[in-house]
Design a protein around this ligand. Structure first.
Ligand SMILES: CC(C)(COP(=O)(O)OP(=O)(O)OC[C@H]1O[C@@H](n2cnc3c(N)ncnc32)[C@H](O)[C@@H]1OP(=O)(O)O)[C@@H](O)C(=O)NCCC(=O)NCCS
Length: 237
């Protein structure tokens, strides 16, 4: 299976940036602190953190870059921001993808950020705005969609397909030929058996072992993974 072209869009840059390459980080929370270190490890110079007006700044960022607030309607101006390149640092999958698409439409470059202590196969495809964290392994012929996040130590084995906006959390292991839909969370330490499909908007709980396909929007947990049954779920009024 191949990613739809819409999900790959333009490919992110995977080569090392020039020594003077600048980047702005979209977000100012915990994810931004992680992405800040990723950008620095990749050799970028951070010029600004850009946040939506009123967005809480939960973390004291170590970098002395400016924080620029943008209202929903205000044009993102590369001159005001100081660069035409962005890193996406929003934890929410849908919001990260939405902002990635918005920035790309406005002509911003969203390089794929690949931690130098990760492994990405030369035959893998990384779309714009993807982040590959420290210790992650992205194997042969894997395709990763726009704004997807492969977190620390996650392993995506050969021919895996990760849809746009999805998050593969730390230490998750996806065996060969696994397909993950758009804006899906694969929880920390989860294991997905080979040739399984996990649908769009689904959540796989931390530590789950997935042995059967997971439908769109489903939440599964446990070993073997089963849908969460909530009290009152399915009850009549
Ligand atoms: C699956 C998950 C999304 C469910 O969250 P939630 O909707 O808030 O669910 P709750 O915490 O209310 O738990 C509901 C039930 O499922 C159980 N459960 C939740 N997560 C579980 C997991 N990972 N494994 C096994 N059981 C789990 C709870 O114990 C609870 O059972 P109970 O009703 O018998 O007490 C969440 O627990 C999870 O695992 N998220 C992934 C976190 C992660 O890896 N983040 C990455 C950050 S980098």
């Amino acid at each position: 299976m191949n990613l739809p072209l819409d999900d790959i869009w333009r490919l992110g840059m995977t080569t090392d940036p020039d020594p003077k390459s600048t980047i702005a980080i979209l977000g100012c929370g915990a994810q931004a602190a992680v992405v800040e270190e990723l950008c620095l490890a990749c050799g970028y110079s951070i010029v600004a953190f850009v946040v939506e007006e009123g967005f809480p700044r939960s973390f004291a960022l170590s970098h002395d870059a400016r924080v620029i607030e943008v209202g929903g309607q205000i044009c993102l101006d590369p001159t005001a921001i100081g660069t035409s390149r962005f890193a996406l640092a929003i934890g929410n999958n849908d919001a990260r993808l939405r902002w990635g698409e918005r920035l790309a439409h406005r002509g911003f470059e969203l390089p794929a950020l690949v931690h130098p202590q990760s492994f990405v196969s030369p035959s893998a495809t990384l779309a714009q705005g993807t982040c590959i964290g420290v210790g992650a392994i992205v194997q042969t012929c894997v395709q990763i969609g726009m704004a997807a996040l492969v977190n620390s130590g996650a392993i995506i084995e050969h021919h895996g397909v990760i849809g746009a906006g999805s998050h593969i959390a730390p230490g998750a292991i996806l065996a060969g030929h696994v397909n993950v839909g758009r804006c899906t969370l694969i929880g920390a330490g989860a294991v997905i058996r080979d040739r399984i499909t996990v649908g769009s908007g689904a959540t796989v709980g931390a530590g789950a072992v997935v042995t059967r396909d997971v439908g769109n929007g489903c939440v599964v947990v446990g070993v073997p993974a089963k849908p969460i049954i909530r009290e009152n779920e399915g009850d009549d009024e």
